[in-house]
Design a protein around this ligand. Structure first.
Ligand code: PTJ
Length: 259
């Protein structure tokens, strides 16, 4: 049995925003949208967010710009949604899907039909048009012997560009082997997903998604040539190096406070 203790978090609390996100994640776990393991994943994210100072840094902005350009240029972009993403940013995920005219695919590591349906319901509550991956997981991502490997023929299987968030694992590599471009949102620049994606946004999804939506709106007005040029100058390894170097510099600076 889970004992849920609801307290009133005062706005004056120095960690007000962070505590609200925790409440969202825990509520979603009680509703069966997030798995208990999702709370652990969230805690890992909080830790990396702490290391970058809980702000969107330049390395994230560069990746957001590249991601927006790649998504606008895509012929069939698909947005993959898991429990944590649905709990934290369902509204923005749906807005992004509308802007791109892209399907949303529920794709879960801890898959149950009930969870997938609950996530679909949340996305539809925010106005999602096309949510796949619930009752049409008839295609396989080769090399993935777990539930994330079962995908929809109208979603990830058909996509040329896939946006994934809050996961660490082998899926990005498998998708790349299929020739797809993978855009990841992951606060941990050292994760397997972060290192294997074509474009990695090292930022909290709650800050990164609104910025990505706005950038997509702007880039839809640009020419394809201009967007392609922008992508030519993008280097994901450099962005990851910048993220790690930023954390190292920040920690060194903070360590000097303890002389
Ligand atoms: O809903 P399911 O069944 O698909 O399961 C989802 C979880 C999250 C449980 C599953 O994907 C998992 O176990 O993920 P990991 O391996 O813990 O990886 C989660 C990654 O997301 C870590 O690298 C975290 O640093 C990162 N992360 C956590 N919260 C955020 C985040 N990145 C961006 N924004 C966040 N808010």
């Amino acid at each position: 049995m889970v004992i849920r203790v609801k307290v009133n978090i005062p706005r004056s609390h120095p960690r007000y925003e962070s505590l609200l996100l925790r409440e969202k994640i825990v509520d979603a776990m009680i509703e069966g949208v997030v798995v208990p393991e999702g709370l652990i994943a969230h805690g890992r994210g909080e830790c990396f967010d702490y290391l970058i100072g809980e702000k969107t840094r330049d390395f994230a902005i560069k990746a957001i710009n590249a991601a927006a350009a790649r998504l606008v240029l895509a012929s069939y972009p698909v947005i993959s949604v898991n429990g944590n993403t649905a709990a934290l940013v369902a509204d923005k995920i749906v807005e992004l899907a509308h802007e791109l005219n892209a399907p949303l695919e529920v794709n879960l590591f801890y898959y149950t039909r009930k969870r997938a349906e609950a996530i679909k319901k949340i996305l539809e509550k925010y106005g999602a048009d096309l949510v796949v991956g619930v009752d049409d997981r008839s295609k396989e991502i080769k090399g993935l012997e777990h539930e994330r490997g079962k995908v929809s023929p109208r979603g990830i299987y058909r996509a040329d560009v896939v946006l994934v968030a809050l996961e660490d694992g082998d899926r990005t590599e498998a998708l790349r082997r299929m020739g797809k471009t993978v855009i990841a949102i992951d606060l941990n620049p050292l994760s397997r997903t972060a290192r294997k994606a074509n474009i990695t946004i090292v930022d909290n999804i709650v800050r990164a998604l609104p910025l990505l939506v706005e950038r997509v709106k702007t880039y839809k007005k640009k020419s394809r040539e201009e967007l392609a040029r922008l992508l030519d100058f993008y280097n994901n390894e450099e962005v990851l190096r910048e993220a790690i170097a930023y954390i190292a510099r920040r920690l060194t600076k903070l360590s000097r406070e303890y002389k």
